[in-house]
Design a protein around this ligand. Structure first.
Ligand code: PEP
Ligand code: MG
Length: 566
């Protein structure tokens, strides 16, 4: 038995089998064979195809849980059976005496060149299919690489060096038990997604890949931030009991689904959800959320070769709005660092993306894209419950500018006689210190405010939220953060508008009373945390929360505040 420390992204225990995935880069030599060996090479190629097709069929039957997955794998099968592919590789082997891996690589490079020159999203997606097939086939021939994604199942704990947000979503469908990464941080977007899906995840488990082997029994202890490899029978039993208790607790919480979130002294708290991808709405509806307080729309833009069109966005927003009716849906215009979107937005590399072109700045730099998003929201709002929110607001002048652009969008839609609802409430995210300090003037121009504590903590304390080396400086209850929240709430209330917290602080039960006491009206949390937070609200009184907040505001250090909260 071995233990490795990591950083827990979500509490809870997961017990499963290690499934290590690392996508090795495959190098194919431009090798040639002797002419007399060509027929033998052709036979080997035929056999390779047969084996990989059988592997795909196995995956389709056993591991493809969604229609999309089935479709992707079936397309890959079709590519392998395509006569154009088979004939070209056969030709390269028999006429040009290429080795079969060389021939395969030549064919797929030719296809990729053709597809890349086609400026069309359909072909970009096809290219990904071709690249996946090439990888699958070559890793089989070269006996290298690792394509175990299809081998994940409901007993697996996925282990990777690092994981992208879209990959977390993909593996979630496999109903895996949990994820451990060697890199990553608690508040990076992959972690936020895992938490929202209630998927146990541990990050920053350095050294893990040297200690663990595929199929070994491992445990994620999300409460203590540890991975236990090959546990002894006693330790395993202990964790199995802990796991059972957690499941019982979860079942109890399910009883709160239809209970309204209000304090013991009857203050109703709007308890909303954060979503990253449209598919999450099903869970939000299931948990009877009071709305969507943050839809991080940039996830529709990342990992794509082309931007979603206005029409595509309109359909998504409308569908979500209809599903959530009568509760509100807060669409946040694209955020994240310019680095992540640089591929499709043609942005240049930035040495310091967190202080660079991100949030509303990306939108101002790319007005046509901003307008597409605004128009999609205006059109979808015929449903009537959509709100629009701007990230990274640093001054009220940005709200003026955004409002002007919204007006232009309305005129353009009117000119084209496109139906829309012009009554679109707008809000600012308060996540930059300058916005906190000027929240009185920002509030005067907005219909609501929402505090993004993830970034607020980062910017007010000058500590990178993704850098574990400085994690100890990332203190959510630093006195400056508490005063910022209180000031923002006060300024919002003076203007008679509501203030929400949509940062991860709202998803942590220990901060709920503090936030309510500081004057926050609404919370928007990870769907996976909804019921826990509701439970906390139901057991709090507003009066006591205000007393607690007052006391916390008198403290000089984060440690002193934490002591009070604990
Ligand atoms: C925040 O900064 O608190 C927030 C909610 O936005 P994001 O995590 O997407 O930056
Ligand atoms: Mg933010």
């Amino acid at each position: 038995m071995k233990k490795i420390k990591g950083i827990s992204v979500s509490e809870g225990v997961a017990i499963g089998k290690a499934a290590i995935i690392h996508r090795e880069v495959l190098h194919v030599d431009r090798k040639h064979i002797k002419a007399e060996n060509a027929s033998e090479e052709l036979a080997k190629f035929k056999k390779d195809i047969k084996i990989v097709i059988a592997e795909l069929e196995h995956l389709i039957q056993n591991y493809a849980f969604s229609l999309d997955q089935k479709e992707i794998l079936s397309t890959q099968k079709m590519i392998l059976a395509d006569p154009e592919f088979v004939n070209r590789v056969n030709y390269l082997i028999s006429e040009e005496n290429c080795s079969r891996e060389n021939a395969i690589s030549i064919y797929f490079t030719e296809v990729a060149d053709i597809f890349r020159n086609m400026d069309n999203q359909f072909f970009s997606q096809r290219l990904t299919d071709y690249e996946d097939v090439a990888y699958r086939l070559l890793s089989h021939i070269l006996k290298k690489g690792n394509n175990r994604l299809g081998c994940l199942n409901d007993k697996s704990i996925l282990i990777m060096d690092n994981v992208t947000p879209s990959f977390v979503t993909r593996v979630f469908e496999k109903k895996i038990k949990g994820i451990i990464t060697v890199k990553g941080s608690r508040n990076c977007h992959s972690s936020i997604i895992a938490r929202s899906m209630n998927l146990p995840m541990l990050v920053n488990a350095s050294g893990l890949l040297n200690e663990v082997e595929n199929d070994q029994l491992i445990i994620i202890d999300g409460n203590n931030g540890e991975v236990i490899i090959d546990p002894s029978p006693e330790v395993l039993l202990d964790y199995e009991n802990q796991y059972k208790q957690e499941q019982n607790q979860k079942e109890k919480l399910l009883k709160l689904i239809d209970v309204q979130a209000k304090t013991t002294d009857d203050k109703i708290i709007k308890l909303m959800s954060n979503i990253e991808i449209p598919e999450e709405v099903e869970r939000v509806v299931k948990y009877n959320s009071d709305g969507i307080g943050l839809f991080r729309t940039e996830f529709m833009f990342i990992d794509r070769e082309e931007l979603p069109t206005e029409e595509e966005q309109y359909k998504i927003y409308k569908q979500i709005a209809e599903k959530m009716l009568p509760e509100p849906v807060t669409i946040r215009t694209i955020d994240v660092g310019g680095d992540k979107l640089s591929r499709i937005l043609n942005l240049s590399h930035e040495d310091n993306p967190n202080l660079g072109c991100r949030g509303i700045r990306i939108s101002f730099e790319n007005i046509p894209i901003f307008k597409q998003q605004i128009k999609a929201a205006l059109r979808a709002n015929v449903v009537g419950n959509i709100k629009l929110m701007f990230p990274m607001i640093s001054a009220v002048s940005e709200i003026y500018q955004a409002k002007e652009i919204i007006e232009e969008c309305k005129l353009e839609l009117k000119d084209k006689a496109v139906e829309f609802n012009s009554d679109l409430p707008i809000g600012a995210m308060i996540e930059i210190p300058s916005a906190v300090v000027t929240s009185d003037v920002i509030a005067a121009e907005c219909d609501f405010l929402s505090i993004g504590t993830n970034d607020l903590v980062q910017y007010i304390l000058a500590v990178d939220r993704d850098n574990e080396a400085v994690a100890s400086y990332y203190q959510s209850c630093h006195p400056s953060v508490l005063r910022s929240i209180q000031l923002t709430a006060e300024n919002a209330h003076k203007r008679d508008i509501k203030v929400a917290v949509c940062g991860e602080m709202a998803s942590e039960p220990r901060f709920v009373q503090l936030l309510l006491g500081l004057g926050v009206d609404e919370l928007s949390v990870s769907p996976g945390r909804m019921l826990k937070i509701k439970n906390e609200i139901l057991n709090s009184s507003l009066h006591d929360s205000q007393l607690l907040a007052e006391k916390c505001l008198q403290q000089k250090t984060s440690a002193e505040v934490m002591k009070l909260l604990n």
